[in-house]
Design a protein around this ligand. Structure first.
Ligand SMILES: *Cc1c(COP(=O)(O)O)cnc(C)c1O
Length: 231
């Protein structure tokens, strides 16, 4: 009842490791992105103090404020929200990995800003596996072509794919989306596009990370199970 952020983080980490072992994977293959959106810097700091090493944020301005408040704590910040091209400059300054590249236009601007900053920006391609109008991401059909287009951008490092499946009450309903993302990742990897790595799979949230790990997730993005419900 009175569990703390530290308790809940450790519980999530333990569950992740248990699920990984149970399906024959090494726990180190799966990284936890602690999703802090809407939660205060103090809450993020509690998670960091308890061992969270990757913080996921959805909004650039919110992340800038927290990043400034928590700059004394080493952590990797990941961007997992919809990124507008006019925020690319700030995103490149703040984030080690941007999970949500879904157009050539955005990628070109990130590439330009990364070049100016003297940085190689790590990114994932977001795929809209459910074909939902309300969600960003390219279709599975478009993803290989976008990967080819990104291969020419020398300040970007494409590392894999990300998806947010449609919301279901039944976590098993996400599984086909996770499996489809993994198959798509393997298909793009087989194209051996120069400069494109296809290892990472960012998928799984509080409600469905078990199925995501079983289907091959390398990054799970978990908010409510650590920080509690969002207001
Ligand atoms: C909010 C959010 C999460 C975390 O969701 P929870 O259900 O709270 O774990 C993960 N990924 C994305 C893209 C999000 O926006």
């Amino acid at each position: 009842m009175n569990s703390t952020i530290a308790d809940r983080l450790h519980e999530v980490q333990a569950r992740m490791a248990m699920i990984a072992r149970r399906c024959g994977r090494r726990p180190e293959e799966i990284q936890l992105v602690a999703v802090g959106k809407t939660h205060r810097a103090e809450a993020i700091e509690a998670a960091m103090a308890a061992g969270a090493t990757i913080i996921g944020e959805n909004y650039v301005q919110e992340a800038r404020d927290k990043f400034a408040a928590l700059s004394h704590r080493p952590a990797a910040w990941h961007f997992i929200g919809h990124l507008q091209t006019n925020k690319a400059k700030y995103a490149v300054r703040l984030f080690e990995l941007i999970h949500t590249v879904d157009s050539l236009k955005l990628a070109e601007e990130l590439n330009r800003q990364a070049g100016k900053a003297g940085k190689i920006q790590r990114v994932l391609i977001q795929v809209n596996t459910g074909g939902e109008k309300s969600k960003s991401g390219v279709t599975a059909e478009q993803a290989p072509a976008l990967a080819r287009e990104l291969s020419g951008l020398e300040h970007l490092k494409v590392e894999g794919l990300m998806a947010i499946p449609p919301y279901f009450n039944d976590p098993e309903a996400s599984r086909p989306h996770f499996a489809a993302l993994r198959e798509l990742r393997d298909r793009i990897a087989a194209l051996a596009i120069p400069g494109i790595e296809m290892q990472a799979l960012s998928m799984g949230m509080t409600g469905d990370f078990e199925a995501a790990i079983e289907e091959g997730a390398t990054l799970v993005r978990i908010g409510s199970a650590i920080f509690g419900a969002r207001a």
